[in-house]
Design a protein around this ligand. Structure first.
Ligand SMILES: Cc1ncc(COP(=O)(O)O)c(C=O)c1O
Length: 393
């Protein structure tokens, strides 16, 4: 087969997988590859988790779709478990992270509209990534994603990530700000954490409270146990008004969610937003089953222990070299020297070590292994990475 009939929106690697199990992907000839990317932070429970697979199979044979014109029992159940886990009041189910953020950004506009704003603005961060719909790509920093799309630049104010003084300055410079949208840890932009960690979120919330802005967290990547808490903001005392998630929410089944509380609670009403597919019986049952595994097995505790083990092992093994590690739980960044040529790393990891990784921000190895990775797999991951990296120093 070839990709002739596919739009060239991705630079695809010259490999495809036909089967997955736990932390492993397999090619047609059954060569195993250790997966430290999990479909870009999606399969947090590993590939084809038996409980999730069973939920998909049972629901696919029972009822797949009816539309939101009717009550959907599984959507109500999934909504309740998700909102309780996220400490939010209610949820709108979408089909992706970008759609969840689109809903959040529309909520911010509606909030501004109801307060009589003429030209509302949302504060977003440098190096942010929020998706590919027109509004979410306008909130995104990456120039390559934005180029040529007449992005809605007047609707956003961009400040450096982690810089609370810049937010305070924006509050003085503009009188039409209605919200802040931020990732607790920036995933696509280089696995960036704020210098003061999750305290930054508390500072942002304080600014939002002081100015009556919506505090909106994009937990599309950091949510669903990825950082060792159900949502990353739960490492802090902050409480968002709007919280979005996707990726790990369905462990590979496409689903997204935008949750609200407080100031954002009653903004949407019948007809103001919607989605034909959002929260189908099938998608909702998957969300529910993923939650059940996350909350009953020690998956998040494992993400913390193994994440720490991988970070510590990497820095110990390479302690005489200029590297540092960052992130939380199973969202791991290994920063290599900025002048190191990392262009071949992903290909070499795959071809020489049968290891699937990602490099972001030019020189940061991004590891997003399954949250339930086993210790011997973590050891293999470290060993394969060390083999890959040592010759470069
Ligand atoms: C933080 C964040 N927000 C939004 C998105 C967009 O999600 P999706 O690709 O499901 O639309 C991503 C995807 O990488 C993301 O990392």
């Amino acid at each position: 087969m070839s990709a002739t009939y596919l739009m060239p929106t991705y630079n695809r690697q010259p490999i495809s997988f036909t089967r997955g199990h736990g932390s492993w992907l397999y090619t047609k000839d059954d060569t195993p590859y250790l997966d430290a990317l999990t479909g870009i932070a999606v399969c947090g429970l590993g590939h084809c988790h038996p409980q999730v697979t069973e939920a998909i199979q049972q629901q696919a044979a029972t009822l797949v779709h009816t539309s939101n014109l009717f009550g959907i029992d599984w959507q109500e159940r999934a909504g309740e478990t998700l909102c309780k886990a996220a400490q939010m009041d209610s949820v709108f189910f979408a089909n992706s992270g970008a759609e969840a953020n689109e809903a959040a950004l529309k909520l911010a506009r509606l909030y501004a509209y109801q307060r009589g704003f003429k030209r509302p603005k949302v504060i977003v961060m440098e190096k942010s990534f929020h998706g590919r719909t027109l509004l979410s790509v306008s909130a995104t920093a990456n120039p390559k994603a934005r180029e040529g799309f007449f992005t809605l630049d007047d609707d956003f104010i961009r400040v450096p990530f982690g810089d609370i003084a810049a937010v305070k300055q924006a509050a003085q410079d503009y009188d039409d700000i209605c919200a802040i949208l931020v990732e607790p840890i920036q995933g696509e932009g280089g696995l960036n954490t704020a210098a003061n960690g999750f305290t930054y979120l508390e500072q942002l919330q304080a600014e939002c409270d002081a100015h009556e802005w919506l505090f909106m967290l994009d937990e599309v990547q950091t949510g669903n146990g990825r950082t060792g808490k159900y949502f990353a903001y739960q490492h802090s005392k902050a409480r968002p008004d709007v919280l979005t998630t996707a990726k790990g929410l369905g462990n590979g089944f496409p689903v997204g969610a935008c949750m609200v509380r407080g100031r954002a609670k009653d903004l949407f009403s019948a007809g103001s937003h919607g989605s034909t597919y959002g929260g189908t019986p099938l998608a909702s049952r998957v969300v529910h089953s993923v939650y059940e595994v996350l909350s009953t097995d020690d998956v998040m505790a494992n993400a913390v222990t193994e994440g720490q083990f991988i970070r510590d092992s990497m820095t110990n093994e390479l302690q005489s070299y200029e590297i540092s590690s960052r992130g939380a739980g199973m969202m791991i960044g290994i920063a290599l020297p900025e002048d190191m040529n990392c262009s071949q790393l992903v290909d070499r990891a795959r071809d020489e070590q049968q290891l699937i990784i990602n490099v972001t921000g030019g020189h940061v190895i991004r590891l997003l292994p399954p949250l339930n990775i086993k210790r011997d797999e973590s050891e293999q991951l470290v060993e394969r990475l060390i083999h890959l990296l040592k010759p470069l120093f």
